[in-house]
Every structure is written in C-alpha cells, then in structure tokens.
Design a protein. Structure first.
Length: 148
C-alpha cells in the first residue's frame, strides 16, 4: 500500500477524484449534492486517508532501513573476504617471487657447464673437440643421405 501511495499514478488518480468531487458538488443541482461548498466531507476523507497513509509510509521506510542495514552488513562481510583473499594472494605471490629468485638462471647454468666441460677436457681438450666435430660432421652427413 505504501508503495502504491507514493506513485505518480496514485497522485494523478487522487487529483482526478478530488477535481470530480469538487466539480460535481458545484455543478450538480442542490438536491443531489452530497458535500456543499466548504467541502467538509472531502476534508474528512482526505484527513482519514492521510492518517492511514503516514504510518504506512513510515512503516515502509523502517522496512527499507532494515533491508539497507542487512545489505550493508553483507557488503562489509564481502569486503572483508575480498581483503583476506587479496592478502592471501599477495603472500603467495611473494613466496613465488622468493622461490623464483632462488632458481638457477640459464646464464648461471651455462657458466657452470662450461667450467665442468673445461675440467673434463683438461690437457686432452683439443682431442675431445676434434672428436665432437667429427661426430657432428658424420651426423650431418648421415642426415643428408637419408631420404626426406
């Protein structure tokens, strides 16, 4: 009822009823009028309507306030959950960065492998290089002899 009273449709309908009431009680013959000029009966009807409309509107506002409070509480809870999730993800990201920082890089591995290769080659390093070149040459030759 409170929602209907607050609509433009209701205000237009009430205005039409009041205009028709006043017009009828002015234009109609004196014997069929039900509310003469000071329109005391119209005033009584409008007062009665206002007496019921005001509490209904206040009741609707109180219910809306309750709904707003509930929605605000839900929004706070959602915000807290979002903040906790964000903090968790930030901690996980920091842990991943630390872990990645501890991983060996490609350049580090290459330098270590070169050092190991130099140790393995030792004084016979030239002969090992010649063998590796010969193997690569043979592989390349074998590939060229294979059918496509």
């Amino acid at each position: 009822m409170a929602r209907f009273i607050g609509t433009a449709r209701y205000l237009v309908a009430q205005s039409v009823v009041i205009v028709l009431w006043v017009a009828y009680n002015i234009i109609a013959p004196q014997s069929v009028r039900f509310d003469n000029f000071p329109f005391i009966f119209l005033t009584l009807v409008l007062s009665l309507q206002a007496a019921y409309a005001a509490p209904l509107i206040l009741l609707a506002q109180n219910r809306q306030d309750d709904r707003d409070r509930a929605n605000l509480a839900q929004d706070r809870e959602q915000t807290i959950r979002n903040r906790e999730d964000t903090e968790y993800l930030a901690r996980e990201l920091a842990a991943m960065r630390i872990t990645i920082g501890e991983l060996a890089t490609r350049d580090f591995l290459r330098s270590e492998l070169r050092g190991l290769l130099a140790e393995l080659e030792g004084p016979d390093g030239d002969r090992a290089k010649d063998r590796d070149r010969e193997r690569r040459r043979r592989r390349g030759g074998e590939r060229s002899l294979r059918p496509p």
